[in-house]
Design a protein. Structure first.
Length: 270
């Protein structure tokens, strides 16, 4: 890619920021979808560009660019959450819920992510995984359980999302495989043995979560979390930088291949 493309890419981010900068964060969820959709789609196009990681890192480290990253990251999370809620409600009402869930835009991504988690967690049939921050549409658990016969527990903080995801699990006929609990990281450890604890991208604050897990989980347990570290994708998540307690050792990192954008990082508590 030509060197002079970076100024134009930065300008693209500035244009998105200029369009949304006056939208209050706490009101963005109720902003008309038509306002946010073009910016979300533009971000996806930017994220798919083949950009040198070091050039993306230079933007990430730029002090004047940090508030732009923060605002754009919030918009991206908000729109993604709205997509999940909308799809979740459609799936529940669908005469063919499995077809409806497979029609979700990012379903192929989650199928591949499930493969990455299965491989990195060294899982086998009937193992139990726990997903912290499972959200209104717990696709990670659904894909793991349906593809690999893994059992799952989802922990979701927001009661409305926990109820919605419980309805989806029932609609899909997965109640014997997946259970949703309303709560947060302070519920851990659970009485049931879990072979892998997965930390959702929207589970936060990460420093507090990992500090609690370092003090409460038994030695030898495996944990995974997901980050953006490829090209411009790393500019779309302002919560991906945090400090890991020394009790956790990274033993594997699976980088993404299309259609996946996330790197899966695997830890073990020592």
């Amino acid at each position: 890619m030509k060197k002079n493309t970076m100024p134009s890419i930065k300008n693209e981010f500035m244009n998105i920021y200029s369009a949304i900068r006056n939208l209050p964060d706490d009101e963005m969820f109720n902003t008309p979808e038509a306002v946010l959709r073009p910016h979300f789609e533009k971000l996806n196009r930017l994220g798919a560009m083949d950009i040198d990681d070091n050039k993306a890192q230079d933007l990430l480290c730029s002090e004047d660019f940090k508030p732009i990253i923060k605002k754009i990251s919030h918009m991206k999370r908000t729109y993604g959450l709205r997509m999940e809620i909308k799809s979740a409600r459609s799936i529940i009402l669908s005469p063919d819920p499995w077809k409806a869930i497979k029609d979700f835009t990012f379903f192929p991504n989650y199928i591949e992510l499930a493969h990455m988690e299965y491989k990195g967690g060294n899982l086998k049939s009937e193992d139990r995984v726990l997903f912290l921050g499972s959200g209104p549409l717990p696709l990670s658990l659904i894909c793991l359980c349906s593809q690999y016969n893994v059992k799952g527990i989802g922990i979701e903080l927001i009661p409305e999302y926990a109820k919605l995801s419980t309805k989806i699990i029932k609609t899909l006929g997965l109640t014997e495989h997946i259970r949703i609990i309303q709560g947060n990281h302070f519920l851990l450890p659970l009485e049931q043995k879990c072979h892998l604890i997965m930390i959702g991208a929207d589970a936060h604050p990460k420093n507090e979560i990992f500090t609690h897990l370092a003090g409460s989980l038994p030695e030898g347990i495996k944990i995974s979390y997901r980050i953006y570290e490829k090209g411009l994708r790393r500019l779309m998540d302002d919560r991906s930088v945090f400090d890991l307690p020394h009790k956790f050792r990274e033993y594997m990192r699976i980088r993404p291949k299309p259609p996946v954008n996330n790197t899966c990082v695997f830890l073990i508590k020592e």
